[in-house]
Design a protein. Structure first.
Length: 686
């Protein structure tokens, strides 16, 4: 490593020297490559401990360093006088003579008026040099004589050696001359005079102690102010100063992470820039004189990066970009281009040509949107001969003729001549899949008839109601508009009449062979959901049901949404009328004869012969009368109303009914009882 050089690492507080002679005290300033850190202690001639870790880069073999002895230690006169007195005593202890005063060669002038024999020891060189007054004439000093020997190592040793030298000189009374040619007698006398001077110096030192204390207090205040202005090396922006107070604008510190000097401006920390381009210099770089001036001028300038405290900008020669919040150009036209503004940016708002449309502009009042929106009021279209008045999706037209090439499928139009609204279904011709509604709204035709240029049409099948067919002929309709599936012939027609009945004519073979789905009253039927009948021609069915499996039903009956109570089914050879009798749905099963006197029930049943008074020819029939049977076994009777004079078709008429199959259990029980008694009689009579 280079002689008289230093080394220090970033983050370390120890500075090591090579062939150095460090001299200093706590509070002195260590300087290296433009950075300064206060000294905590001078440990030896080759090691210094700093108060804070080194904020700069790692340094090795650096010779451009300095130790400035301007700390509080050097500002105290008491300490300085004490050091001089101790040095003087040590020097005297190492010499066989007394030395009156000591100091630097420049300081010797203070003793020019002293009497002959006054001695002065120059101690700012090695070896020390001794001077003596040759006469009482001011400034009449002898030539300097280097002093050989080892100084005393303590004040006590120096005082003892001085006393011994003076006693020896008095005893001998002769000029005992050292190797430098001066007698012990003179130095002994000088030592006595020096003792008086030392007493006077002690008094002066005491008087200066007060001033020194005041100076120390002032120095401490100055040091605190320095600490509150420059914080030393830190890794991040501080929120408090080193003494715990609030940070202030103008305070600075060295960021040891980025190796830059930062300053507090406008409540924010920012880097100190050396050039107007915000070029940053690290701690390892040296600054030239102009750069230092530039740095000082930029300290109070806006920090680089985002700033929130800029209130005005002057002297700009380049426009701010759009991303920086500027216009990107120095001219209005250039700014519009940079901002992406079109020609409308230079137009005024108005209602005339070359103005920007406003919300109340009459030019757009009432305009519909291109897509969506709602139109209110009537839409009037003035017809033009052979021109479309309304065009749907995919409209095309060529040569002004409706039958010419250019028509595209699925287009709705009015030809403006015949008053017909038409839908074309082919390209180049409207002759297929055509629907036409005349101006009276009374005719619609689907057909394959040809359509000519003057909009005439030959209708074919699929006719929806016309005035001539306004009746319940075999057509189908909604309301009064029948629909005929195959023209005017009977079959495949559905009709809803004015009473709300939905009629179907189809595959029944006769004009009065009908099926109806209705909630209105039909002849002989009250509030029927579905009714059907056949008449006039024999061999036809009002209802026909077909199943191809034995586990399917012709009809099933439910109570409520899911309770299965009966069905009509077939086994392939006969029809079964099924009433629910599943043991899994029955509890507490027991013999009927144990609960009821079945013989009495059978005896009470009145089989009857009667005539039906509401049928033609009043046919005779056999059976039961429900009103009589309900008193015997009510479970086999379906109750109706109790008005004796009401007839079928009368309002409120509810018919009574009997399910004779429900009498079978009574008949079987009585038959079993009879067989038992017969068997007993036969056994008795042998």
């Amino acid at each position: 490593m280079t002689d008289n050089s230093v080394a220090v690492n970033n983050g370390s507080a120890v500075v090591t020297g090579t062939t150095t002679s460090f001299s200093g005290a706590q509070g002195d300033l260590f300087l290296l490559n433009g950075l300064g850190v206060l000294i905590q202690s001078v440990d030896s001639s080759s090691q210094i401990t700093l108060q804070q870790p080194w904020p700069g880069a790692n340094m090795t073999g650096q010779t451009n360093f300095a130790v400035r002895n301007d700390g509080p230690h050097w500002q105290s006169s008491v300490a300085l006088n004490t050091q001089i007195a101790a040095l003087l005593q040590k020097v005297q202890g190492g010499l066989p003579l007394a030395v009156n005063s000591a100091g630097t060669l420049a300081g010797r002038a203070l003793y020019d008026a002293q009497p002959m024999g006054w001695t002065f020891l120059q101690v700012d060189v090695v070896p020390f040099v001794l001077f003596a007054k040759l006469s009482d004439t001011a400034g009449n000093w002898s030539a300097g004589n280097p002093i050989a020997g080892q100084p005393a190592v303590s004040t006590t040793q120096a005082i003892a050696a001085a006393a011994l030298a003076q006693a020896w000189a008095t005893q001998t009374g002769s000029e005992v001359v050292t190797g430098q040619g001066y007698g012990a007698k003179y130095y002994a006398n000088a030592a006595a005079a020096s003792q008086t001077s030392a007493a006077s110096s002690a008094t002066n030192s005491a008087n200066s102690a007060t001033a020194s204390a005041a100076s120390a207090t002032s120095a401490l205040g100055s040091w605190n102010n320095l600490q509150n202005t420059y914080y030393g090396g830190l890794t991040a922006d501080p929120t408090l100063n080193p003494t715990g107070g609030a940070v202030r604008n103008g305070d600075m510190y060295t960021n040891t992470t980025s190796n830059v000097l930062r300053i507090r401006i406008g409540g924010l920390w920012g880097n100190i820039a050396v050039t107007t381009g915000d070029v940053l210099y690290s701690a390892a770089q040296s600054l030239t004189g102009p750069q230092q001036l530039q740095a000082r001028s930029n300290i109070l300038a806006a920090a680089s990066g985002a700033n929130t405290d800029i209130t005005s900008l002057t002297g700009l020669t380049t426009a701010l970009s759009v991303t920086q919040g500027g216009t990107g150009a120095a001219t209005a036209a250039g700014a519009r281009t940079a901002l992406g503004l079109g020609g409308a940016a230079v137009l005024n708002v108005g209602t005339t040509t070359a103005t920007v449309v406003a919300g109340d502009d009459s030019r757009i009042t009432g305009a519909l949107q291109k897509s969506g929106g709602t139109m209110t009021g009537a839409l009037a279209i003035n017809p033009v001969a052979n021109q479309p008045q309304y065009v749907g999706n995919g409209w095309g037209h060529a040569g002004g003729t409706l039958g010419g090439a250019g028509y595209v499928s699925s287009n709705l139009y009015n030809d403006g001549v015949s008053g017909l609204w038409k839908i074309g279904a082919t390209h180049g011709s409207l002759g297929y899949g055509l629907i036409q509604i005349n101006s009276a709204g009374a005719f619609v035709s689907f057909g394959t008839g040809a359509v000519t240029a003057n909009s005439t049409v030959t209708p074919t099948a699929y006719k929806l109601w016309s005035a001539a067919d306004f009746n319940y002929t075999p057509q189908a309709a909604l309301g009064y508009t029948p629909l005929n599936r195959s023209g005017d012939t009977i079959g495949g027609a559905v009709l809803m009449n004015s009473s709300g009945r939905l009629w179907y004519y189809g595959d029944l073979g006769a004009a009065n062979s009908q099926s109806v789905i209705s909630s209105a009253t039909l002849t002989g039927v009250n509030s029927v959901g579905i009714a059907s009948w056949a008449g006039a021609v024999g061999g036809w069915s009002a209802f026909q049901a077909r199943v191809d499996r034995g586990d399917d039903y012709f009809m099933s009956f439910l109570w409520g949404a899911s309770a299965f109570v009966g069905s009509i089914s077939t086994n392939g050879t006969s029809t079964l009328y099924n009433t629910t009798s599943d043991a899994r749905r029955k509890d507490n099963i027991r013999p009927l004869a144990n609960e009821v006197d079945v013989g009495a029930v059978v005896d009470a049943i009145q089989p009857r012969v009667f005539e039906w008074n509401d049928l033609p020819d009043r046919p005779t029939d056999v059976g039961f009368v429900a009103q009589e049977l309900v008193a015997v076994t009510p479970k086999v009777v379906s109750r109706g109303d109790d008005a004796p004079n009401k007839r079928p078709g009368d309002e409120g008429f509810l018919q009574w009914g009997v399910d004779a199959s429900k009498l079978v259990p009574y008949l079987v029980a009585e038959l079993q009882s009879l067989r038992k008694r017969v068997a007993e009689l036969e056994a008795k009579n042998g």
